[in-house]
Design a protein around this ligand. Structure first.
Ligand code: ATP
Ligand code: MG
Length: 429
């Protein structure tokens, strides 16, 4: 390795020799004293541009071009005037790579670029502390999800991404050519995770990319996302909400244990003890009472989701028992009132981040549900057949990783939470 320490750790080693490697962040010329600031993923350090170590020729190059890639060996020294009270006195200085052109995006935050330009040059954008921190937090979020579910006895499974039938029905699905057949990119692993539970795996979870050919361009929708899914055998909607509540709280706990990372994003996270559950019908009454135009039976718009957040006054809550007609065909109608189904959404900071339900496990009810939505049971034969040979009651949910990352990191646009977002117009890079 070219370095012994990340800069953050090197700064703690006062009096010791360290080796760091990173980018030239900026240069300060104070006449006799000259400083170069070196940056890596963990932070920055002031390095004295010492005569004899850094030649005048080398110095001239660095002044002219930020983002040179350098390797420096030196002693860490206390200096109360330096940022964080430390600086590096170099004994060896090497340029690993140079920069030939003017940077199209400034990694030092001095000149801000628009999102389109930043995404075009994502590798430069990512050198910014806030931007790479978003992806560090995203990694913590997905790992907390995985860790907690494994601890609860779940098994991670890997369903196909290329499929023959649309999982949810509907039109928002990408078609592709699969040799002599027509195939689709999965819009959800729904049917496959249910089949895994019917197969006896009982408690399964999935983390995979899914694709939605939604044409609208919004700040909360992408065409490719990472879906965190789970399915539980011998469970109903409230059992699934219990699991989602536990795992969601664990995800919040994991990021809240990194306040220094959240602070970089200007974010703070409170970890709730419990998550309130409110019925769809109660929410409709609440909206109407507050003068909102909405009738029972309609889904909430994104604007209404924000209003509901303000009325409920909690960062996270469940809305449950949605009308059957606005949920996916496999949602279990309520025993006492089939116009509602055993379904739920998890709302966080004014946005839906997860949807779930108890699923229909009786073949006659399932075929009826398909037909009533003008879907042909024959198109779902691989799926419906599984219900003829002993399908246990089951329930589950799907949670969008980019949505939760966006909300945790306080981002206005979901594109910021995707390394290379795919949207209506962006397919490259
Ligand atoms: P919405 O109504 O908010 O568009 P949805 O109800 O169509 O979402 P679901 O099918 O319930 O989405 O998917 C489960 C979760 O996956 C959502 O709660 C959300 O977190 C995420 N998700 C779904 N579609 C998208 C998308 N196009 N972009 C980003 N995240 C999405
Ligand atoms: Mg939903």
């Amino acid at each position: 390795m070219l370095k012994t320490d990340y800069i953050k750790d090197a700064k703690l080693k006062i009096g010791n020799e360290v080796e760091i490697a990173g980018w030239v962040h900026k240069f300060i010329d104070m006449g006799k004293l000259k400083f170069i600031f070196i940056r890596d993923r963990s932070g920055q350090i002031q390095v004295i541009a010492k005569k004899g170590v850094v030649s005048d020729g080398l110095m001239a190059k660095i002044i002219a071009n930020k983002e040179y890639v350098v390797h420096i060996k030196g002693i860490v020294k206390e200096n109360i005037k330096a940022p964080d009270g430390v600086e590096l006195i170099p004994s060896h200085y090497e340029i690993l790579n140079s920069v030939d052109e003017k940077l199209p995006v400034d990694p030092t935050d001095e000149v801000l670029s628009d999102l389109e330009t930043r995404l075009e040059y994502r590798y430069l954008d990512l050198r910014r502390r806030k931007i790479n921190t978003i992806f560090e937090l995203k990694s913590i979020i997905i790992n907390a999800y995985r860790r907690k579910l494994i601890e609860m006895g779940f098994v991670e499974i890997h369903p196909p991404v290329i499929i023959m039938a649309a999982s949810e029905g509907g039109t928002d699905i990408f078609e592709l050519k699969y040799f002599e057949h027509k195939a689709y990119l999965a819009q959800s692993p729904q049917l496959y995770k249910q089949i895994a539970v019917i197969g006896g795996l009982d408690k399964v979870f999935i983390t995979m990319p899914i694709f939605r050919a939604e044409k609208h361009n919004t700040s909360t929708h992408l065409n490719e996302i990472t879906m965190l899914d789970a399915e539980i055998g011998f469970a109903n909607d409230h059992d699934a909400m219990d699991v989602l509540e536990t795992v969601f709280i664990e995800m919040l706990r994991a990021v809240s244990s990194k306040p220094e990372l959240l602070a970089v994003c200007g974010a703070e996270v409170k970890v709730p003890q419990k998550i309130k559950r409110i019925t769809y019908t109660e929410i409709i009454d609440m909206l109407k009472k507050n003068g909102e135009q909405i009738e029972w039976g309609h889904d909430f718009s994104k604007e209404q989701e924000k209003k509901i957040f303000a009325f409920v006054g909690e960062e996270a809550f469940f809305i449950y028992e949605y009308p059957t007609s606005i949920r996916a065909f496999y949602s279990m109608p309520n025993k006492n009132n089939p116009t509602i189904c055993n379904s739920f959404d998890l709302m966080y900071r004014g946005l839906e981040i997860s949807s779930g339900a108890q699923r229909i496990h009786k073949i006659d009810v399932l075929e009826h549900a398909l037909k009533s939505r003008n879907l042909n049971p024959q198109d779902f034969k691989f799926y419906t057949d599984a219900f003829r040979f002993g399908a246990p009651p089951h329930a589950g949910f799907g949670l969008g990783l980019e949505r939760i990352t966006m909300k945790i990191c306080n981002l206005n646009n979901i594109r910021e939470a995707s390394l290379f977002p795919r949207d209506r117009t962006r397919l490259y890079p």
